[in-house]
Design a protein. Structure first.
Length: 270
């Protein structure tokens, strides 16, 4: 069974906690939301493979939330649960493209089976999508072996471009995570890592550090700027900042500033 991130959306906290406990035992990572608003907020912060969603919520019709979920993460799958089944709801669920429809009290064995099948289908779909992105990238004339840096982001696959722009906006955040970046591109972290690796020759962490150091170079030119202050402004501890800077540039931040201001800045040493 493939494990996943699952969001349970139901206004019954006891039900959510019980289902959460069961799914955690099966190896899944579980979050809960008691309202539609809370669910949307969580989805913006994290990628979920599956949303287990009640139709009747205090602030929304669960079925009406599905397009909003898909707008945030196109690959997310929805499984509907309800204590009030009806032919109308069943048809609406089918039209929304839900992956499963269950009535309460739940048949846990059936729900677990559906989760497994959804994850398998999702995995295959993502692998196909990854392959198509790689093919399009190569046919556009880009070869991985010829790419040593990110270069022009417009030459990258659409979702990687979105991830790069997210990094550019949030590179200062010391809590910036792979999950956050992948979610910004509408991707599962595993799929994102694989696609990133196929279209660039640098790791995500290396790219983030490169961006930090490029920004730091400009900040170092400010009059009376302390190196420790520059380090914190790009989201690095001063001691670690100096190490990263010297590794990427070849000289220390202080030496870089002095040599740049005097017009004798050196290139990175190999």
């Amino acid at each position: 069974m493939k494990h996943s991130n699952i969001l349970i959306v139901d206004d019954n906290r006891s039900f959510c906690l019980s289902l959460k406990k069961l799914l955690i035992k099966k190896g899944h990572t579980i979050d809960i939301a008691l309202t539609g608003k809370e669910a949307l907020a969580k989805l913006k912060d994290k990628f979920f493979n599956i949303i287990i969603l009640d139709i009747r919520l205090p602030d929304a019709d669960g079925l009406e939330l599905i397009p909003h979920f898909k707008a945030i993460h196109p690959n997310v799958e929805a499984i509907i649960i309800t204590a009030y089944p009806s032919f109308k709801n069943t048809m609406q669920a089918a039209n929304k493209g839900v992956s499963g429809y269950f009535t309460k009290p739940l048949n846990i064995k059936e729900v677990l089976g559906k989760i497994d099948s959804v994850l398998e289908k999702q995995y295959i779909s993502m692998e196909k999508e990854k392959l198509l992105d790689a093919i399009k990238y190569k046919f556009a004339g880009h070869k991985q072996e010829d790419t040593s840096v990110i270069g022009d982001i417009e030459d990258l696959p659409f979702r990687i471009r979105k991830a790069v722009r997210y990094i550019e906006k949030h590179y200062r955040d010391p809590e910036l995570s792979l999950t956050d970046i992948a979610a910004a591109g509408g991707m599962h972290p595993g799929y994102f890592s694989s696609l990133w690796g196929e279209t660039t020759k640098t790791s995500v962490s290396s790219f983030i550090n490169e961006r930090k150091i490029e920004k730091a170079k400009n900040l170092l030119m400010r009059k009376n700027a302390y190196i420790s202050q520059v380090a914190y402004e790009v989201g690095l501890r001063p001691d670690y900042f100096s190490k990263v800077f010297k590794r990427l540039v070849g000289i220390s931040p202080k030496q870089y500033r002095n040599e740049t201001l005097s017009g004798t800045v050196k290139r990175k040493r190999n």
